[in-house]
Design a protein around this ligand. Structure first.
Ligand code: NAD
Length: 477
């Protein structure tokens, strides 16, 4: 089925459409055809945008912000087919995934709209100790000077929405740099947000290459917060170069799904396969390793294989497709190589690993050694590697053995096991009988170890990180 040709889209700098001589082509990963292009912005564009953001003071009331956020959600809903077409065109994610993503973004804006009318102040009475006084201390939250947001390719709409919606809710001005791989959705989103009534100074989308303007997004003097979602190497680069300013870093993952001997194996296999393949396996919380207790592993692996074989993969624009392609052929060929390397050290390939360009099928590999590259690193595609473990101690040891610590899922009804997993798994999230990625858009979300510094995202936490707390005190009777 034919893909949507999006065409050329200029940058949106505080609402102004800005062109440059240099252009970046955007490809449809399924066919590699060019479906659009964007300007190759420069550091000077970013500088101008941060200057505008830092000098604009929003006067929007909570009610006005709420109405803008609700209106954005409504427009997304009204135009969901068109927007999902753009996501699919630039990312190769199948229509089922891109439609789901528009629904998630709808949730982000409606939840931010509901949160922003709640007062976030606290009150502390001071007459509570022998040293006390008849006073009260009050708190309020103030917006920052300017926020820099840098986002990855895997959810072209939802990742940037998780940056922008909390900014609107907290009266902040934000300058965003979507990835050069999937920048088009963000530009269309900006128009929707302006149409919903946001003062244009409060939102800018700059497109370009990291080597041209990356540092300006980290070091510009007007930036008080860099909020970044992406891979570990860039996250660590930002941590080292941002200097004296706040950073929120949401980085890569390597999520285990652990299946214990008492588990309902059919239900566990369903979670394993959907968790590993939804969004083409390109979610930071996708199932990247399935740790199964030896005594049930043969039966479990058979069920996983059956379910993986039922996945309809191919043409991302076909509404029946379950699994589109990955971001580019280069990534697919890296997955293929990692699987081949695993097979060389004893893994058994049961299905898949025959890529065509950026189309990489669900790939089931059993008996994977826990320390080979396929499962030690983040394999950001629909591989389904099964690692056999002896018991719960072994499961926890293997699970904690990588550098990542984003999320995890466990399949067991044994309460003692559940308590141990919650306590001992070194991840930001432990989901019992759910995929590791399960969340709602406002619950705290984020990782530890190489996956993040423990600061959370999700609408509520992001609203906190986007503000400074001011206290003031008054005499009180
Ligand atoms: P990436 O790190 O390659 O790129 C992310 C963004 O950083 C892009 O916009 C890119 O242009 C920009 N960038 C690259 N170099 C830069 C520099 N020197 N200075 C400033 N910006 C720079 O990530 P990706 O390949 O687009 O995305 C996939 C990764 O994102 C995976 O590792 C995935 O796990 C991670 N991710 C994490 C979360 C989370 O919430 N923890 C969510 C989604 C994706």
């Amino acid at each position: 089925m034919s893909v949507k040709i999006v065409g050329y889209e200029p940058m949106r700098i505080a609402g102004k459409k800005v062109d440059t001589e240099g252009r970046i082509d955007v490809h449809y990963p399924y066919t590699n055809e060019v479906i659009g292009s964007v300007p190759r912005g420069t550091a000077a564009h970013a500088k101008e945008a941060f200057e505008i953001a830092a000098n604009y003071e929003s006067k929007l009331t909570r009610y006005e912000r709420q109405q803008i956020l609700f209106r954005v959600a409504e427009i997304l809903n009204e135009r969901k087919e068109e927007i999902s077409d753009i996501i699919t065109a630039e990312s190769g994610l199948c229509k089922k995934d891109s439609l789901y993503e528009v629904g998630r973004a709808y949730d982000v804006y409606t939840l931010a709209g509901q949160m922003c009318i709640l007062d976030d102040g606290e009150i502390f009475s001071c007459d509570i100790t022998p040293q006390g006084k008849s006073r009260k201390i009050f708190t309020e939250r103030e917006p920052l000077k300017a926020i820099s947001a840098i986002t990855p390719f895997n959810h072209p709409l939802n990742m940037i929405s998780h940056k922008i919606a909390p900014a609107i809710a907290t009266n902040n001005c934000i300058v965003c740099k979507p990835t050069e791989k999937t920048p088009l959705t963000a530009l269309i989103l900006a128009d929707i947000i302006y149409e919903a009534g946001l003062p244009k100074e409060m939102l800018t989308i700059i497109t370009g290459l990291p080597e041209d303007l990356g540092d300006e997004f980290i070091r510009n003097e007007n930036i008080e917060l860099v909020t970044f979602t992406g891979g570990v190497p860039v996250g660590k680069y930002i941590a080292e170069n941002a200097g004296y300013r706040r950073t929120v870093l949401e980085l890569g993952g390597n999520a285990p799904l652990i299946v214990m001997e008492d588990a309902d194996l059919d239900k566990a296999a369903e979670l394993a396969v959907s968790g590993a393949t939804k969004n083409s396996g390109q979610r930071c919380t996708a199932v990247k390793r399935i740790l199964v207790v030896e005594e049930i592993a043969d039966e479990f692996s058979k069920l996983v294989l059956e379910k993986a074989q039922k996945i309809k993969y191919g043409d991302p624009m076909d509404p029946e497709t379950d699994l589109g392609c990955v971001i580019d052929a280069e990534s697919a060929s890296m997955f293929e190589r990692r699987v081949n390397d695993a097979v060389e050290v004893g893994a058994k390939l049961l299905y898949g690993n025959n890529r065509e360009g950026a189309l990489y099928p669900p790939t089931v590999v059993d008996h994977v050694p826990f320390d080979c590259e396929l499962v030690r690193e983040e394999t950001f595609g629909p591989a389904i590697p099964i690692i056999r473990v002896k018991d719960i101690d072994d499961a926890i040891r293997v699970s904690n053995s990588t550098a990542f610590g984003l999320s995890s899922g466990v399949c067991t009804d044994n309460f003692k096991y559940i308590q141990r997993f919650i306590k001992e798994l070194r991840t930001g999230t432990v989901n019992v009988w759910e995929v590791p990625g399960y969340r709602i858009e406002m619950s705290p979300f984020g990782g530890i170890k190489d996956s993040g510094l423990g600061y959370k995202e999700g609408v509520i936490e992001a609203m906190k990180s986007y503000t400074n707390v001011k206290t003031y005190s008054l005499p009180w009777l």
